[in-house]
Structures are given as structure tokens and as C-alpha cells.
Design a protein around this ligand. Structure first.
Ligand SMILES: CC(C)(COP(=O)(O)OP(=O)(O)OC[C@H]1O[C@@H](n2cnc3c(N)ncnc32)[C@H](O)[C@@H]1OP(=O)(O)O)[C@@H](O)C(=O)NCCC(=O)NCCS
Length: 215
């Protein structure tokens, strides 16, 4: 697809070599399907933490990611430490994503077919601060450009600043995202429900879309 190989390896010099890190870009249904169990386990592990507090369900994860794997133009970026997958990021053209992700754009009259949706970035805590988060964006934005798309977007969950589960040391990703050129899109929000850790029932959360142009 668009001259883009199914596996592309990135290396970020000495820091990663010391840590035995390697980042691979996976495209195509078979390559992506092979990564799904790792991505599901990472989503469940990483999204337990604030601000997601997601009490993950393995069956839901498998179904959600199986749909993702067959979406046209999907990409999964995996970070390995040795043979172990310690992080993953996913993305898909917004037009091929689940319709609920495109709906907030359609509601604002914003085109869907020019946008790439970065669905998630999940990296185990021991491997943070090594530039893998940047590599996840670099790879997905490069993929989106190769698909001819002009915008990259993602959404983040909004939690109150005084949320009782917010750790004292919590550091939001906002500064990182702004440095990457992303800005919140005024009025483009979604509402999704999931069960927070410790809760009996699902509750609705508000999510804010962020976006940048790809040049
Ligand atoms: C988001 C995430 C993937 C970033 O991964 P990462 O590899 O740690 O990120 P990087 O090392 O590339 O750093 C990205 C930026 O974050 C900041 N940062 C990273 N680690 C930091 C630390 N320990 N202290 C302070 N700032 C830090 C820096 O601003 C850095 O940019 P800079 O080096 O250009 O200044 C990772 O933190 C994560 O999985 N978080 C939990 C899940 C999540 O929030 N995902 C995003 C939404 S789906």
C-alpha cells in the first residue's frame, strides 16, 4: 500500500540501543492481527491508570481491535524491548474508523476523508521518557502523509482537576501534544461510556479532540 512496507524498523540511536528498544510499523491485516493480543494487554494495563481508570475487558478489547485490524489504512506501531512488546500506538483514517469517532467532525461540518485518527498510545511506565512517544507520533503522521491525508487528530479524556483518583505526581500529556503541533479543536468533543476502576456501572465521559495539519 502506497509503497509502505509491512514492517519498518525505527531506531533512535544510543538511548534505545542501551535499552534494547526497537520500534516497528505494522500495516496490513495479517501483520496487525498478529499484534492484537499485545495491544489488548497493553490497553488494559496502561488505561487502568488515571485519567482513564478503565476497567478493561479482554473480550471487548479483542472485538474492538479485530474491527480495527481490517480497517483500510490502519497502522500499529509497536515498541519492543528485546522480544517483549512494551508499547503500542494505533491509527486509522477517520473515514475507516468506527463511525462514532467521525460523528463529532460531521456534526461541525468538518471533512472526515482528509483526516487521520490516532487512536491510542500505550507504553508501560518503565519505558517512558525515552522518546518512544515521539516515535509513535512520527510513524503515524508519516503513515497518514503517505495516505495523502492533510490532518492528524486524536481525542483525550477530560477529568476534573480535583478528581479523587488523580495522583499527586500526575503530569498531563498536554504540553507534549502542543509541542507536537496539536491543539484542542473548539467544540469537537465525544461522549463515551466505560466502567471506571472500582465502580459498579459504566459512566459517560467527555473526550476532547485535538488536531494538527500535516505538511
Ligand atoms: C503518552 C506516552 C505514550 C508517551 O510516551 P513516552 O515515550 O514517555 O514519551 P517521550 O519520551 O517521547 O516524551 C514525550 C514528551 O513527554 C514529556 N515527558 C516524557 N517523559 C517525561 C518525564 N518522565 N518527565 C517529564 N516529562 C516527560 C516530554 O515533554 C517529552 O518531550 P521532549 O522530550 O521533547 O521534551 C506514555 O507516557 C504513555 O503511555 N502514557 C499513558 C497512556 C497515555 O496517556 N496515552 C496517550 C493517550 S492514548
Amino acid at each position: 500500500m502506497h509503497g509502505f512496507s509491512h514492517r519498518e524498523a525505527y531506531m533512535d540511536g544510543a538511548r534505545w540501543r542501551r535499552a534494547g528498544m526497537r520500534v516497528e510499523v505494522l500495516t496490513g491485516e495479517d501483520a496487525i492481527a498478529g499484534a492484537i493480543p499485545d495491544v489488548a494487554a497493553l490497553r488494559i494495563a496502561v488505561f487502568r491508570d488515571f485519567p482513564y481508570l478503565y476497567d478493561g475487558d479482554a473480550d471487548y478489547e479483542r472485538a474492538y481491535l479485530a474491527d480495527f485490524a481490517v480497517a483500510a489504512g490502519a497502522v500499529v506501531v509497536v515498541a519492543r524491548a528485546g522480544a517483549r512488546v512494551v508499547g503500542a500506538a494505533t491509527g486509522v483514517p477517520l473515514a475507516a474508523a468506527e463511525p462514532e469517532w467521525a460523528a463529532p467532525f460531521e456534526a461541525r461540518g468538518l471533512p472526515v476523508d482528509t483526516r487521520f485518527y490516532c487512536a491510542e498510545s500505550v507504553l508501560l511506565p518503565d519505558w517512558r521518557g525515552l522518546g518512544i512517544g515521539h516515535a509513535f507520533f512520527d510513524a503515524r503522521e508519516a503513515h497518514a502523509r503517505r495516505l495523502g491525508l492533510s490532518h492528524s487528530c486524536f481525542c483525550s479524556v477530560i477529568r476534573p482537576g480535583n478528581h479523587p483518583a488523580r495522583p499527586d505526581a500526575y503530569r498531563s500529556n498536554d504540553a507534549f501534544w502542543r509541542k507536537r503541533g496539536y491543539r484542542p479543536l473548539d467544540g469537537v468533543t465525544a461522549r463515551f461510556s466505560w466502567r471506571d476502576i472500582g465502580d459498579a456501572e459504566e459512566t459517560r465521559k467527555m473526550l476532547q479532540f485535538w488536531e494538527r495539519t500535516l505538511s
